[in-house]
Design a protein around this ligand. Structure first.
Ligand code: ATP
Length: 287
């Protein structure tokens, strides 16, 4: 099911005065991709830690309110159950790799081995994921010798092979070049097509505009905006909340101020292109 409900949730890390999360009320629906944005220190990773159960199972501190995962309070789940249920991809592909396996194949097998999956099934699942992520050329390589982009693809493979329905992905491209970033987003898109529920923290707002269903904007531990991606990312007020909006949305607002508005403020290049083509079509008398 993978429904996550946060009711009046506040949290303070141990020995801190400030709330890392404050009065959070939100419901994550199954099968959707949620983009989570906001300035540094806004509470995005803390929200991920909460949904993954690291708060309160690993981090102590003061947690109030209710965190319900599939209707059951996070405090009542065993942390091992949660880590088997929820896949997590780190910001840093270098810390995601175990460092103890000598080939990419063994690295991808690690989680399945820990679950005691039978060898034949394990091999079938690994082959499937290797094909899916086009990792054939890397399979015999040592994971410690891969580039950042290759490591991040292997990290995704290690998670995808576990077949979790809920994935928490925290800034997966912050250390990657543009091509590797594109590859990672194609993988995320594919996971969304498979019906996974995905929470994705990402500073690159153009990519969030392209791929997310809904967006949450965080500031000082609170969710200050949330809703469908088009609605949230076309809102200029985000700029006053330490978040950014896509360049093309800024252009949309500038056009409005110049009395040459788009039909609606675009948030992606393709939306802007469509509207410009339509307008040019009218200007030149075609459809
Ligand atoms: N382990 C910790 N112990 C104490 N305070 C922490 C801890 N981790 C985070 N914080 C504090 O909690 C607040 C929220 O931090 P968090 O890492 O969730 O923000 P973020 O939005 O993910 O930031 P960034 O974009 O920089 O990753 C910050 O004030 C931060 O200093």
């Amino acid at each position: 099911m993978n429904r996550i409900e946060l009711k009046n949730v506040s949290y303070q890390y141990p020995l801190t005065q400030e709330f890392a999360l404050k009065d959070i009320h939100f419901q994550f629906e199954p099968g959707k991709l949620y983009g989570i944005i906001g300035s540094n220190g806004a509470g995005k990773t803390t929200l991920c830690n909460l949904v993954r159960g690291l708060i309160p199972h690993f981090y102590q501190g003061e947690l109030t309110g209710e965190v319900l995962i599939d209707g059951k309070d996070v405090r009542d789940w065993e942390s091992s159950e949660l880590s088997a249920k929820i896949g997590y991809i780190f910001q840093n592909p270098f810390s995601q790799i175990s460092g103890v396996k000598e080939t990419v194949f063994e690295e991808i097998a690690l989680g399945l081995e820990n679950l005691g999956i039978e060898k034949d099934e394990m091999i079938d699942r690994i082959i499937e994921v290797v094909k899916l992520l086009k990792l054939e050329e890397l399979i015999k390589k040592n994971p410690n010798n891969l580039s950042g982009g290759q490591r991040q693809r292997v990290a995704f493979a290690s998670i995808i092979v576990m077949n979790n329905d809920l994935l928490v992905i925290d800034e997966p491209t912050s250390q990657l070049d543009p091509q590797s970033t594109h590859d990672v987003f194609e993988i995320i898109h594919m996971l969304k097509q498979q019906g996974k529920t995905i929470l994705l923290v990402e500073h690159k707002v153009d990519l969030i505009a392209e791929y997310s269903d809904d967006v949450l904007v965080m500031q000082k531990g609170q969710i200050v905006f949330s809703g469908p991606t088009g609605e949230v990312l076309s809102n200029k007020d985000l700029l006053n909340k330490g978040a950014s909006i896509p360049q093309v949305a800024l252009l949309g607002h500038e056009m409005k101020e110049a009395n040459k508005p788009f039909e609606s403020v675009p948030i992606t290049k393709s939306q802007a292109k469509e509207q410009i083509m339509k307008r040019m079509g009218k200007a030149y008398g075609s459809n």
